[in-house]
Structure formats: structure tokens, C-alpha cells
Ligand binder design. Structure first.
Ligand code: SF4
Ligand code: SF4
Length: 280
């Protein structure tokens, strides 16, 4: 299958799916009904045998619990990674000062993630029609993620905290989508405000050439995300600490359950919707 054909059908799904729109039944406020969550995706592609996936098993990357593409799908040939950028409507709603996430951002975080999974399933269906097998790690029964450290963990998970056996961000980096920012999100050509996802497939799609060599190449270290973070979770020296971010996100559940969210470090920052320009 030509990747252009797949990408065209995927973009059509994003444009036409009602699940990419806040419904009247679910809207936190009636005026939010009809708001579109995502713009069309940007795609990255990786060779399933790229040695960089092996590198992700290192402790300083994802960790030994990371599963290689062929561990998810023995006949894997390629990895497809996508970034779905939030619309201007979603992003601008969350540019406000102060710690409160906008209502539309909460929809984008929760109903948006539900759409990401629906999108993955749609891609799987499109590929399946062409006889291409695929695995969606995030929707697979073997997917596992952990938050706080736990001394009772054993084996590959012994020292694990705030990690998983398939990291969308690291996979996006390998697949040429972009580099990390100080706030630990991935800065793509459409910025950082949005959601990532991926599939491992038996088809051979040409890998996207990485236009960078450094993990943080697209981040200018401008510090805007530090100033935006209501939890003090980001610093110039240490980047983002997951624990205070997680605690803050948990606290938003008290006010906004069944939703939660923040995303202040992804909005009103130079990397919100593009690769930021350097002044030198
Ligand atoms: S706001 Fe600035 S420092 Fe933070 S991730 Fe974006 S470019 Fe990097
Ligand atoms: S999501 Fe919110 S709390 Fe977490 S790092 Fe970003 S700004 Fe800070």
C-alpha cells in the first residue's frame, strides 16, 4: 500500500468523523458543542529493525521493559507514528493565565484521547483491507504503564516509574516526527499541543529521515513552559519532573471529574504549534 493513500484516507477520517467533534450530549457547556478537537495528523515512519529501538531499552531512555516492534508483532517491518495537532480553537482556549485548564482543553484531553484510539482502529481497518497486519501497542492487552515507584516491582520493571513498555514520545522521535522539549513533550512541525499514537505493521513503509541528531534539538530552552507550569514541575536544569505534574493533574480531577487536564506547558509557548525559531 502507498503511504500517501493511507494518509489521505486517515486525513478524511479526521475531517469527517463525528467523534472528532464535541457532542451536545457530552459538552461541559452548550456553547462547546460542535467544537473540532484535532487537525489532520502529521506522520512519521520507522524501520522496525532500526537499532535505535534497541537503544530505548536502556535505563536512561525508556528502560528494559520497553518492547521492541518485533516483540509486539513478530513479522513487523515498519512503525507508523502520528501526531494529531489540537485545533486553534482548543489551543487558544487554554492560553489563559492561571492554573485552570479550559473546558475545551479538558474535552480535548479526554474525548480527544478516545478519538486517538478510534483513529488507530480506523487505520488498522484501512491497512487490514490491503492484507496488512498491525498492532496498536496502546490498545494491546500486553500494554503496561506505571506511575509512582514501587519497591515490590521485579524484573524489567524493578526501578520503573512514570514509564511504560511502549513510549509514544520516544517512538515518535525514532520515526522522525520531532524532538523532545524541556517539558518532555515532542516538538513536531505542528508543535507540541496535540496527541501522539502509533501502530506496528507488517507492510514496509519507507522510514522518515530524522532531520535531527540531538534529543532536544527543536527546543530553544526559552523557559516559557517553566513559567506556564502551575505545579513548578519544570526547571531549566532538570527538565520536567513527573511526580509534581502527576499530583497536579490528579488534583484537577477533584474539580473536573470525570475529566482532568492541564496542558499549560503546551499552550502560549513558542513550541505550541510549530518548531520554535532560534534567535541565533
Ligand atoms: S516552551 Fe521553550 S523551553 Fe519549553 S519546550 Fe517549548 S521551546 Fe523548549
Ligand atoms: S501538564 Fe501542567 S502541571 Fe504538568 S508539566 Fe505541563 S504545565 Fe506543569
Amino acid at each position: 500500500m502507498k503511504k500517501e493513500d493511507m494518509e489521505k484516507q486517515a486525513a478524511q477520517f479526521v475531517a469527517e468523523s463525528r467523534r472528532n467533534v464535541v457532542s451536545l450530549e457530552e459538552a461541559i457547556a452548550p456553547e462547546l458543542a460542535g467544537a473540532r478537537i484535532f487537525d489532520p495528523p502529521v506522520w512519521g515512519y520507522g524501520d522496525a529493525k532500526d537499532p535505535m529501538f534497541q537503544e530505548l531499552k536502556k535505563k536512561e531512555a525508556v528502560g528494559p521493559q520497553f518492547l521492541l516492534p518485533e516483540e509486539w508483532l513478530p513479522k513487523a517491518n515498519s512503525v507508523m507514528s502520528f501526531f494529531l495537532p489540537f485545533t486553534e480553537e482548543v489551543r487558544s482556549s487554554n492560553r489563559t493565565p492561571g492554573p485552570e485548564p479550559s473546558a475545551l482543553w479538558l474535552h480535548a484531553r479526554i474525548e480527544g484521547q478516545r478519538f486517538v484510539m478510534a483513529f488507530c482502529k480506523e487505520i488498522q481497518k484501512i491497512l487490514g483491507i490491503e492484507g496488512i497486519e498491525s498492532v496498536i501497542p496502546a490498545a494491546d492487552g500486553r500494554f503496561c504503564s506505571v506511575t509512582k515507584p514501587d519497591p515490590k516491582r521485579v524484573g524489567n520493571w524493578q526501578d520503573a516509574s512514570y514509564t511504560s513498555n511502549w513510549s509514544e514520545r520516544h517512538v515518535a522521535f525514532v520515526c522522525g516526527l520531532g524532538t523532545f522539549g524541556l517539558s518532555k513533550g515532542i516538538i513536531t512541525e505542528k508543535g507540541m499541543a496535540g496527541r501522539l499514537g502509533s501502530l506496528i505493521v507488517t507492510e514496509t513503509f519507507e522510514a522518515r529521515k530524522r532531520k535531527y541528531t540531538d534529543l532536544y534539538e527543536y527546543c530553544t530552552r526559552c523557559g516559557a513552559c517553566i513559567r506556564r507550569c502551575p505545579a513548578g514541575a519544570i526547571s531549566m536544569e532538570g527538565g520536567k519532573r513527573h511526580s509534581p505534574c502527576d499530583t497536579f493533574l490528579e488534583s484537577t480531577k477533584k474539580t473536573y471529574a470525570p475529566r482532568y487536564g492541564c496542558g499549560k506547558c503546551q499552550t502560549k509557548v513558542p513550541c505550541e504549534s510549530r518548531i520554535p525559531k532560534r534567535n541565533y
